[in-house]
Design a protein. Structure first.
Length: 154
């Protein structure tokens, strides 16, 4: 399996916009259109397509934000696998690829994300990758999880 991560471009934007999560997940994450709109408003966001053997299977959006801290925080702000690819291990594979990408791109010690506390499936996945709740919440009421990269990346 060849895993690649590509920027959103004119060539793949329509395919990105066609990605959908399962019905039970729709309340947990914005649509890809909403994400791309946010990325246009905030240059810190970087939207990407997640590919397996040249097939688009998911989407992520990430960025580095200062937030008044000396080194700021690296955020995996959005992460989704298209409904038709769920249940085949792509969540684990793509999350691992994104963690590696963020570690390489930002040389950071920690990666942050936020999740609704009733999104049990996502929390279970993130905990498998050693993300843990840090006691903070974001502006939307989502609980913040952090992964320290000083240990080994899976």
């Amino acid at each position: 399996m060849d895993i690649t991560i590509h920027d959103v471009t004119q060539e793949n934007v329509q395919e990105i916009l066609n990605l959908r999560v399962g019905e039970a997940q729709k309340n947990f994450i914005e649509t890809t259109q909403q994400c791309l709109d946010e990325a246009k408003e905030c240059a810190n966001f970087k939207p990407v397509g997640l590919y397996s053997d040249n097939d688009l299977v998911g989407f992520a959006m990430y960025g580095h934000f200062s937030e008044g801290e000396e080194n700021g925080r690296v955020w995996l702000d959005r992460f989704l696998i298209d409904a038709k690819y769920q249940g085949h291990g792509f969540g684990k594979t793509m999350l691992n690829a994104m963690i590696q990408k963020l570690a390489d791109e930002f040389s950071c010690d920690d990666i942050y994300l936020s999740v609704y506390e009733d999104n049990k499936a996502a929390i279970h996945l993130y905990e498998k990758f050693d993300f843990h709740f840090n006691g903070e919440s974001d502006t939307k009421g989502e609980k913040i999880m952090v992964k320290n990269l000083n240990g080994q990346i899976q």
